[in-house]
Design a protein around this ligand. Structure first.
Ligand code: TUI
Length: 310
């Protein structure tokens, strides 16, 4: 089995989460230049935006980078074509199954890495030709599945033969080692990258992550079929209370409409949706992307031979 650094041609076996509205060409290039695999997060943007970001990213780095396609987006079918047209080498997907695109991507020589929340989907993805999977635990920020990283990683690692990349709850070298011990060959990080100098989000968002403690995330949207982990604030508390009172989904959706953008661009601490993982409590300062990756891996290097992962 190829290791993850070989698969992506990176210094470190780490990929950046495809964070919607956050993962622009600027962040992706910063991660790739620092030795990880940077990703442009297509989120809810249209195909033209993605094409432009891919071109910007090519100008900002000569290292490999990828695109994350959020499959619940109405633009996903168009974006699936753009990645082929622009010669993107690596695609990760989230919030659905990429089965219908797999054949075209494989034909184009794209390395395909779906994010999966369960063993069943991991097995299906391997059968359909995925090169690796990101197994994301419910500790992660944003749209999440049910299982914890601790339970999910070893079960997926036992069920498939392609590399497993662990996500959810990883922000330092202990998380990396734990992931390797559970059978992962690489890690995906998101939350810890929110608190970086290069991350193009409002300063209030970074400060919310840095100030968060262990219990400061909540999950909204459990009743809607699209649970989303966010940092607690006025809107999230209001949402949960309205949801408990049986307020219909359509009303709840009015509350959250445009809320991720309010967090990312306006830093609206009361009405923004500050997607972040449970590991926020461990993130204490804003660093450079390079410092984050060094902190994750440089002490791990001591264990390199015994773990055989890099
Ligand atoms: O996708 C994510 N995280 C995200 S996407 C996102 S944008 C958004 N905003 C508001 C509401 C919903 C989405 C913010 N954060 N992570 C990867 C991930 N994929 N987590 C869970 C899944 C997943 C869930 C079901 C993957 C596949 C899946 O398959 C169901 C099926 O079709 O079998």
């Amino acid at each position: 089995m190829k290791n993850v650094s070989e698969l992506f041609h990176t210094k470190y076996p780490v990929i950046q989460g495809g964070m919607a509205n956050v993962a622009t060409a600027v962040l992706a290039a910063a991660v790739s230049n620092a030795g990880g695999l940077g990703l442009i997060g297509a989120g809810g943007y249209d195909a033209n935006w993605v094409r432009e970001e891919i071109r910007k990213c090519k100008a900002l780095t000569d290292k490999p980078f990828g695109v994350n396609i959020m499959l619940m987006s109405p633009h996903a079918p168009e974006i699936a074509k753009v990645v082929v047209e622009e010669g993107v080498q690596i695609v990760t997907t989230g919030a659905g199954s990429p089965g219908i695109y797999m054949e075209a991507w494989k034909k184009a020589g794209i390395v395909v890495v779906p994010v999966v929340p369960s063993v069943a989907l991991a097995i299906r993805m391997e059968r359909q030709g995925a090169d690796a999977v990101v197994a994301e635990g419910t500790e992660a920020g944003g749209h999440i599945g049910e299982l914890t990283t601790m339970a999910l990683i070893p079960q997926i690692a036992d069920a498939i033969t392609i590399p497993v990349i662990a996500a959810g709850g990883i922000a330092d070298q202990r998380g990396v080692l734990a992931a390797f011990a559970l059978g992962a060959k690489g890690v995906q990080i998101g939350t810890v990258l929110l608190a970086t100098k290069e991350c193009p989000i409002h300063e209030n968002y970074k400060q919310k992550v840095v100030k968060a403690k262990d219990t400061d995330t909540v999950v909204t949207g459990r009743g809607s079929g699209a649970p989303v982990r966010v940092l607690k604030n006025k809107m999230a508390v209001e949402y949960l209370s309205m949801s408990n009172q049986g307020v219909p989904l359509i009303e709840l959706e009015k509350l959250t409409l445009g809320s991720l953008r309010r967090a990312v661009f306006d830093g609206d601490v009361d009405r923004g949706s500050f997607m972040a993982g449970q590991i926020s409590g461990l993130v204490k300062e804003v660093k450079t992307v390079k410092e984050v990756l060094e902190c994750l891996f440089d002490s791990v290097n001591q264990y390199k031979e015994s773990l055989d992962v890099m």
